[in-house]
Write a protein that binds this ligand. Structure first.
Ligand code: SF4
Ligand code: SF4
Length: 438
């Protein structure tokens, strides 16, 4: 049978064998955590605590900074040491709360299971999900309650659970689907109730046959359809997933809700289940710690705020000098300057590359080979946009659709001139946002 997919895309080496068979292990409780106030897209959270305050695990320590924002909770019990600027995995430096642990892991008394959660109405579900601080756990970290609040004129008839995990090296979602399938499907049921939508699909790439089998077995009781997808990057992009599963095309400049769809990652569905059924705010997540020079690559259930250095140490360290450290995978991940950055809600992986693996070849001028145009999953002309961004002709990059670029990195991956196209697109987008605000 022909596997479902989308037009364009690339086939980078998957490298998932390093951790695919590693069951999720619990990372020891960190002695201290740094919790950035910017853990998600939208407005940063606003602190509710001060230095020297005593806090418990799961206690709310910062409130949402607006509608497109979520609260933040302490991930250990202890004492607030400092509110100040700390290294951040995507923003360089940013404001955060440092908590020194007491080693007790004493939980906030307000956290308790809800026996009758199936009786909650959509409004109550959205409020619980917001108050639990849940933001998309596939990497984008968009506040989940916002995606569950579409305007009335955009009814949602289809929900897609994203289990594609197309990013090379990462296996956190794969392990979660194998080990916590029941919780994921319960979370999916709650999300669909909040959206008032009846049709549910689960998209998984074919290189995860055991995950497909497990969710097929469990989902028959719910009436959801598991759709095996062709292995191709970026199969897990929202628009690519919608096209592959429903055949619907999200218009350029549009959102999934424009075609009646909402997509959430499997990790987000599991966090929703934990928040609604167990009353647990988002204080931990599964992180794949991987790379050919990591001694024992693992999938670790980790408290948010644990540093990358601690995760690598838990994996036995590295066999040689680190060339590059990446928050996420090799295609969409972001290189970090220091291993002292903390895991945040969107950290799906920590990838350690050797010095040999890091390509230092200098970018050269475009040779107009057209490869980037052939593979762009959004149907853009990356070569033209890149040249315009280089010449600082930002308004024209917009005319050529730079705002529709999903920053998947496929064009940079195939470019024989080693042009750093994604970097140019991010630069153009930032400049356009500045121009709009001025
Ligand atoms: S232009 Fe954007 S969407 Fe297209 S391949 Fe490049 S990074 Fe991906
Ligand atoms: S792949 Fe690179 S060299 Fe070829 S057209 Fe695109 S930008 Fe130019």
């Amino acid at each position: 049978m022909r596997k479902k997919t989308f037009k364009g895309g690339v086939h980078p080496p998957a490298r998932k064998e390093l951790t695919a068979k590693s069951p999720i292990a619990a990372m020891p409780l960190p002695e201290e955590v740094v919790l950035p106030l910017s853990q998600h897209l939208g407005a940063p959270a606003k602190p509710l605590v001060q230095p020297n305050d005593r806090v418990k695990t799961g206690q709310k320590i910062a409130e949402a900074g607006g509608f497109v924002s979520v609260p933040l909770h302490s991930t250990i019990s202890g004492t607030v040491k400092e509110i100040g600027e700390f290294p951040h995995p995507t923003l360089g430096l940013s404001l955060g709360i440092k908590i020194e642990g007491d080693g007790e892991d004493e939980w906030d008394e307000g956290i308790m299971e809800r026996a009758n959660y199936s009786g909650l109405n959509p409004e109550e579900l959205r409020e619980i999900i917001k108050e639990a601080g849940i933001a998309g756990m596939g990497g984008a970290a968009f506040p989940t309650h916002v995606k569950l609040s579409p305007p009335q004129e955009k009814p949602i008839d289809t929900f897609i659970l994203n289990g594609a995990e197309c990013e090379p090296f990462l296996t956190a979602d794969q392990r979660l689907m194998l080990e916590n399938g029941e919780g994921i499907l319960e979370g999916m049921k709650l999300i669909m109730k909040a959206l008032g939508c009846k049709k549910g699909f689960i998209g998984i790439e074919c290189n995860k046959p055991e995950a497909i089998k497990n969710l097929q077995r469990l989902s028959s009781a719910y009436g959801y359809e598991v759709v095996p997808l062709k292995v191709k990057y970026p199969q897990g992009g929202e628009k690519q997933l919608i096209k592959a599963i429903t055949g619907r095309e999200v218009p350029l400049g549009g959102l999934p809700m424009d075609v009646g769809c909402v997509v959430h990652n499997v990790g987000t569905a599991y966090a929703v289940y934990e928040a609604v059924a167990k009353g647990k705010p988002l204080i931990e997540r599964v992180v794949t710690v991987t790379g050919t020079i990591v001694k024992n690559p693992k999938n670790l259930r980790t408290r948010i705020g644990t540093t990358f250095a601690q995760l690598i140490e838990e994996c036995g360290g590295t066999t040689e000098k680190v060339g590059k450290l990446i928050n996420g995978g090799p295609m969409m991940g972001i290189a970090v300057e220091t291993d002292q950055v903390p895991v945040i809600k969107g950290t799906s992986g920590v990838l350690v590359l050797s010095q040999k693996e890091v390509s230092y070849s200098q970018p050269r001028p475009c040779i107009y080979c057209g490869r980037c145009v052939d593979i762009c999953p959004m149907g853009l002309m990356p070569n033209v946009i890149g040249n315009l961004a280089e010449k600082e002709r930002f308004t024209e990059t917009k005319d050529y659709g730079v705002l529709d670029c999903i920053e998947c990195g496929s064009c940079s991956y195939v470019c024989p001139a080693k042009r750093n196209l994604v970097h140019l697109f991010k630069y153009a987008k930032a400049k356009l946002a500045q121009m709009k605000g001025s």
